[in-house]
Design a binder for this molecule. Structure first.
Ligand SMILES: Cc1ncc(C[n+]2csc(CCOP(=O)(O)OP(=O)(O)O)c2C)c(N)n1
Ligand SMILES: [Mg+2]
Length: 361
C-alpha cells in the first residue's frame, strides 16, 4: 500500500468544476417516519414492525443490499460516490465538498442511527455510528469515476473486527432477540458472515479497481469552516437522531462550496417531515418537497433547467443542487428514479456539450 492520498479541502474549494446534482441518502435501515417498516437496506435478522424479532420470526429474512458499489459500474462518465459517517465529520464534510466540486452527479450515503427504530438512547448515536465503521460494518468507501473509469478507495481500514461488531449488535434493541431469551448462535453467525462478506467484496473492489493510493485522508480544519446557513436549529427530528447530525454535516460542506446559491429537493422521509411542519419551515434556502419516490428526477430536472436558462441568458448563475432521501426511497420505491437521474447527471454534461458545440452555435 502506498502513501495516503491527502486531500486538502482548500484545494477542492479552488476548483472551477461544479456538480450537476448531489444525491444524498441517509440510511437508517428502515422506513422510520411511517412506523419502522423493513426496507431493502434493513440488515438480515434485524427487527422491524413488519418483521419483528420474537419467538416466531427472528427479524428480516433477506440481506442488506449494497447499492453504492454497483453504481460504480453504471457506465457513467464522471461522478463521485461515497459512504460517510456522523462519527467522522472531517471525512464527511470533505466528501460533500469533493462531490460538489466534481463534474457530474454525486451520490453520498450516511449511516444514520435512529434511536426510536434501532432502540437505543439518543446520546448513544455517535458511539453506535463509530462502532459501525470501526467494526467494518459501515466502511468509508469512495468511488471516483473519471472518463468512465471507476476507482475505489477508502478512508478507514477495511478490516472486519468481530468483537467490535458484537458490541455494535448488542448496543441496539433491534438485535435483542438474537441474545435473549437465548443466544441464537446460528443466526448471529449468519449476521456476522453477511457483514464480513460485504467488506471482503469491497476489499476485492479496491484490489481490482483501486486508485494508486487507495487510502484517502481529508485535510479539514473544523474551526475554519463557515457556519452552515441552510438549516435552522429548530426542527422536529428526535433527540439524538443520526439523520439530524448528517443533515448539519451535509449543510456544512455545502455552505463552504455554495454559500446560499443552493436548492434542496427532499423525498418524503423523516428529514422532510421534520423540517416542514405545518406551515413552518426549518430551511433558510430554497427547498422543495417532492413525492416519496421521484425527488431525484425533480432535482435533476431543476438543475438541467437552470443550466438551459443560463445558456439562454435568462439567469446569471446555476445553483448547486442537493437531493435528500431516506433508504426507503433510495433502495426501494425511488431506486429507478435515483439510478436514472444519477446516470443522466453523470453523463449528460458531456452530451450537452456535444449538442451545444455541434447544433446550437
Ligand atoms: C408512493 C408512496 N408510498 C408510500 C408512502 C408513505 N411513505 C412516506 S415516507 C415512507 C417511508 C420513508 O422511509 P425512508 O425513505 O427510509 O425515510 P425515513 O422515514 O426512514 O426517514 C413511506 C412508506 C408515500 N408517501 N408514497
Ligand atoms: Mg429510513
Amino acid at each position: 500500500m502506498g502513501a495516503a492520498n491527502i486531500i486538502d479541502i482548500n484545494d477542492l474549494l479552488k476548483r472551477e468544476e461544479m456538480h450537476t446534482v448531489l444525491y444524498f441518502n441517509y440510511d437508517n435501515e428502515a422506513f422510520m417516519n411511517t412506523g419502522i417498516q423493513e426496507s431493502g437496506s434493513t440488515p438480515f435478522a434485524c427487527s422491524t414492525t413488519t418483521g419483528p424479532g420474537g419467538e416466531e420470526i427472528k427479524g428480516k429474512i433477506g440481506v442488506k443490499q449494497d447499492i453504492l458499489n454497483p453504481f460504480g459500474f453504471l457506465g457513467t462518465k464522471s461522478s463521485f460516490l461515497a459512504t460517510t459517517s456522523i462519527a467522522y465529520p472531517k471525512d464527511f464534510i470533505g466528501k460533500v465538498i469533493e462531490a460538489m466540486k466534481t463534474p457530474g452527479g454525486g451520490f453520498i450515503q450516511c449511516l444514520a442511527p435512529c434511536p426510536r427504530g434501532w432502540r437505543h438512547q439518543g446520546f448513544e448515536s455517535h458511539k453506535i455510528a463509530k462502532l459501525a465503521t470501526d467494526s467494518g460494518y459501515w466502511p468509508l468507501i469512495t468511488v471516483r469515476i473519471k472518463d468512465g473509469i471507476p476507482k475505489w478507495s477508502y478512508s478507514r481500514p477495511l478490516k472486519f473486527k468481530r468483537d467490535k461488531f458484537m458490541d455494535f449488535l448488542k448496543s441496539m434493541g433491534k438485535y435483542k432477540h438474537l441474545f435473549k431469551p437465548k443466544f441464537e448462535e446460528l443466526l448471529i453467525n449468519e449476521v456476522i458472515n453477511q457483514a464480513e462478506a460485504r467488506l471482503v467484496n469491497m476489499q476485492k473492489l479496491v484490489d481490482n479497481f483501486g486508485a494508486e493510493n487507495p487510502m484517502d485522508v481529508y485535510k479539514v480544519n473544523l474551526k475554519e469552516l463557515k457556519p452552515q446557513t441552510h438549516v435552522a436549529p429548530g426542527y422536529g427530528l428526535c433527540p439524538g437522531c443520526g439523520a439530524g447530525t448528517a443533515l448539519h454535516m451535509l449543510a456544512s460542506g455545502a455552505t463552504q462550496v455554495a454559500g446560499n446559491n443552493i436548492l434542496y429537493v427532499n423525498n418524503t422521509c423523516c428529514v422532510e417531515v421534520a423540517t416542514s411542519k405545518d406551515e413552518l419551515t426549518s430551511w433558510k434556502v430554497s427547498w422543495m418537497h417532492h413525492l416519496f419516490e421521484s425527488g431525484a428526477t425533480v432535482a435533476d430536472a431543476l438543475a438541467t433547467s437552470y443550466r438551459i436558462q443560463k445558456y439562454k441568458g435568462i439567469v446569471d448563475k446555476v445553483p448547486y443542487c442537493i437531493h435528500i432521501a431516506g433508504d426507503g426511497s433510495t433502495y426501494d420505491i425511488g431506486y429507478q428514479f435515483l439510478k436514472s437521474a444519477l446516470v443522466r447527471s453523470s453523463s449528460f454534461d458531456i452530451q450537452n456539450k456535444y449538442c451545444k458545440d455541434n447544433y446550437c452555435e
